[in-house]
Design a protein around this ligand. Structure first.
Ligand code: PGA
Ligand code: ZN
Length: 423
């Protein structure tokens, strides 16, 4: 049972405040967690509480911290860790957790999971796993080039990622991805683009003139790495189309000075799919463009169509997607929904419906590595945490590398099968 909570204001990888929390249990176990924060956030996400005063440009989280040490601590003292998440939702009383703050609530939820694992003497991945389920190391999706909100809107598409399909182990997948990143940097230098600056998730942030140019650079990077585009390394993109959708339903590719209808955007993406080895497309359409999404799901079938802003790790929105045959995969970000139990439920529901699952970090992250354990214990099959540089990114890769080394034959590696039978 929980005996106390402690919280503080910490910083995320963008230098923005975030909530840190320590959960104390009787028997002496403690668990600490800091929580991430997005930049291209969906409208339907759980709501972070920010102070809105002069400190940190309004982004301080002292109120959220005070909620943890005050109201939340008072309410959860004496509770069993297993009952915590439901109580936190009831206590907040709003659907988006905006009263106490989703940042406050998630910090407590994760801190308690970490403390609970410590109390049982288990690593977090074991503590969150179903009884008897083997640990599953995920296929990584690794950011190589960034645009959109993560890179000063240098290009419209937010993420161009490498998916090391042919790698036989997680360690090999990461080594290939690092090589592809270096290859892409070489290619950019060859084209006279500066590569010294990195984007929010550690990827390259070149001011290319078109989105296709980024795909060309990525393919060239794979080749420069001595790997085969498509066979060894596939491409994933996060279009993050919500970011460039206009209220009238049109999409504006600012970098290319073009304006498209939803159908036009799907045509464009279908063209890219015909020219490049794209295995996964995230947020191909905007968060509330269900009609456009339906078209995309039909026209781009055979590829992983991943809902991020569309589903926001929300069971109701995922249910609608499953019912209406929209998308075939869900991105899972615990801070979009605010508690681990609901994020876990989304993974289960997706898997039961034949949707693939990708656990994901945020563009504003911390040095915490709990996300890696969730991927392994929940058997999500895939994970996306950014590039192979910057410590808030490598913290997660490093935890997975260590788990693969430690677990040996006791763990499986998902590899390309994580993309499901549809590919
Ligand atoms: P965000 O971006 O964390 O800035 O929302 C990540 C993503 O869109 O997948
Ligand atoms: Zn996304």
């Amino acid at each position: 049972t929980i005996t106390g909570l402690f919280a503080w204001e910490a910083l995320d990888s963008r230098g923005k405040p975030t909530v840190g929390c320590e959960v104390r249990l009787d028997g002496g176990a403690i668990g600490r967690a800091t929580v991430p924060s997005g930049a291209s956030t969906g409208r339907h996400e759980a709501r972070e509480l920010r102070d809105g005063e002069a400190r940190y440009g309004g982004n301080g989280v002292r109120k959220a911290v005070a909620n943890v040490t005050g109201e939340i601590a008072d309410a959860v003292r004496g509770l069993d860790v297993a009952d915590l998440d439901v109580s936190l939702r009831t206590l907040d009383g709003t659907a988006d957790l905006g009263r106490l703050g989703a940042n406050a609530v998630l910090a407590v939820s994760v801190g308690a999971a970490v403390a609970g694992a410590a109390a049982r003497g288990l690593p977090l991945h074991r503590a969150v796993a179903d009884e008897g389920a083997a640990p599953l190391l995920p296929l990584p999706m690794v950011n190589i080039i960034s645009g959109g909100a993560h890179s000063g809107r240098s290009i419209d598409v937010q993420d161009f990622l490498a998916v090391p399909l042919g790698a036989r182990t997680f360690a090999e997948a990461i080594e290939w991805a690092a090589r592809v990143r270096a290859g892409a940097a070489e290619e950019l230098e060859h084209r006279n683009f500066p590569v010294a600056l990195v984007a929010d998730e550690g990827g390259l942030g070149p001011f290319l003139h078109t989105n296709r140019a980024a795909l060309d650079v990525l393919v060239a990077g794979i080749e420069r790495a001595g790997l085969r585009p498509g066979d060894d390394v596939g491409i994933a993109i996060d279009v993050a189309a919500t970011q460039f959708a206009r209220a009238d339903g049109r999409y504006v590719l600012a970098a290319e000075n073009r304006e498209l209808t939803a159908d036009g955007l799907v045509d464009e993406l279908a063209d890219w799919c015909a020219s490049y080895p794209i295995v996964s497309l995230e947020d191909a359409l905007a968060e509330d463009d269900w009609a456009g999404w339906r078209t995309a799901t039909e026209r781009l079938s055979g590829r992983q169509l991943l809902g991020d802003d569309l589903f926001v790790t929300n069971p109701d929105r995922l249910d609608r997607g499953i019912r209406e045959h929209v998308a075939n995969a869900v991105l899972v970000k615990p801070n979009q929904i605010g508690t681990l139990d609901t994020a876990r439920a989304v993974v289960r529901r997706a898997q039961a419906a034949g949707y693939t699952t990708v656990l994901s970090a945020r563009s504003g992250e911390t040095e915490d590595d709990w996300l890696a354990d969730l991927a392994v214990g929940w058997r999500t099959g895939q994970i996306k945490v950014g590039s192979t540089t910057r410590s808030e990114r490598t913290a997660k890769w490093n935890r997975l590398l260590r788990l693969e080394a430690e677990l040996g034959s006791r763990a499986e590696y998902a590899g390309r099968t994580a993309l499901g039978g549809i590919r």
